[in-house]
Design a protein around this ligand. Structure first.
Ligand code: XIL
Length: 323
């Protein structure tokens, strides 16, 4: 196939997608759009704690192993998402009774069992996801409540012990336009680096809309890049219907705005992030019909690069032009 006509063929950094192993096994169009255009897979849900360790000490590797094997066969890499988060916590953890030492052991065991199992095959991880609130304070998650504010640093240390080669990321949402949150995340990243905590990169989720300000995005990405960390646009999708209107109409004007926003993101990333820090851009899902946003809200939207039949949209070409 002609590589100048695919996303991965034109990009100078990895292009990823968040993938569902069941869809991959059952939908040939999904599979072929993925293999043609992407060289990285993020584990959409299957490597979250409730999936990997549904019962205490009982790990279920089946789905994540399937993605790892698929990636190996197709020359792709796998980015692991996510070790410690306040969502997708299994009930046994929510109900867990124990002192801070027992909680520490629970957290450490999860991280080290998972990172250890995939040592050498999953070479990068979102270690902690969404630890901050919009106002810049640390979220009072069960992890925070039982382990204190510095649990984040220890998560990185534990992951690093289990696989010293793995690239370790802090990942968060809305940190590209919520000023208080982005400042707090930036301060934490600098603090972790100063203390020589083994962190390699930051993931900017980038669930944005056609309306999101490009100048704000540029400034915040520049701020994060100044840490010297790898920069991963880790969950890119762009809502067309940003007001969640029930009478949304898919006009040519909206399609054009969507394509030009995708192009702008690619250009900002290339323009602002030094080559050595460009870890990649990952789409959160593949086609409009498998987007998580459809189940998040009932309103019509078309946030991705492929349509319901995995045909390339105008936005695919917009994004490709920016790469
Ligand atoms: C989402 C998945 O895409 C959905 O299928 C699931 O129901 C909920 O989680 N930020 C994250 C991701 O870090 O883990 C979320 O993934 C989307 C928002």
């Amino acid at each position: 196939s002609d590589s100048s006509n695919t996303l991965k063929g034109v990009a100078s950094f990895p292009i990823g997608a968040a993938i569902n192993p069941q869809l991959l096994a059952s939908n040939a169009l999904y599979k072929s759009a993925l293999v043609k255009n992407y060289n990285s897979i993020s584990t959409e849900n299957c490597a979250k704690m409730n999936r990997l360790q549904p019962k205490a000490g009982q790990f279920n590797w089946t789905d994540t192993d399937a993605l790892v094997n698929f990636a190996r066969q197709n020359n792709m890499k796998v980015h692991g998402h996510t070790l410690i988060w306040h969502v997708a916590v299994p009930t046994w953890v929510t109900n867990f009774q124990g002192d801070s030492l027992a909680w520490e052991k629970l957290m450490k065991t999860h991280i080290q069992t998972v990172v250890g199992h995939y040592k050498g095959s999953i070479k990068s991880w979102d270690v902690v996801n969404e630890a901050f609130e919009a106002d810049g304070s640390l979220r009072k998650s069960i992890w925070y409540q039982h382990l204190g504010a510095d649990y984040i640093a220890r998560c990185f240390q534990y992951a690093h012990e289990a696989d010293p080669q793995a690239l370790l990321f802090y990942n968060d949402n809305n940190s590209v336009y919520q000023t208080k949150k982005s400042d707090a995340v930036y301060a934490m990243l600098k603090n972790l680096k100063q203390r020589n905590i083994p962190i390699n990169g930051v993931g900017l989720q980038m669930h944005i809309t056609v309306n999101t300000s490009e100048s704000i995005l540029t400034n915040v990405i520049r701020q994060y890049a100044s840490t010297g960390l790898l920069i991963h646009i880790s969950e890119l999708d762009i809502r067309m219907n940003y007001s969640l209107s029930t009478t949304f109409v898919l006009t040519d004007a909206v399609k054009n705005a969507h394509a030009s926003k995708y192009k702008a993101i690619a250009k900002i990333y290339k323009g602002v992030v030094a080559k050595a820090q460009q870890f990649g851009i990952t789409n959160w899902n593949l086609g409009d019909s498998d987007s998580w946003l459809l189940t998040e809200s009932k309103s019509e939207d078309h946030p991705l690069l492929f349509d319901e039949n995995y045909n390339r949209k105008l936005s695919f070409y917009g994004f490709m032009q920016g790469l």
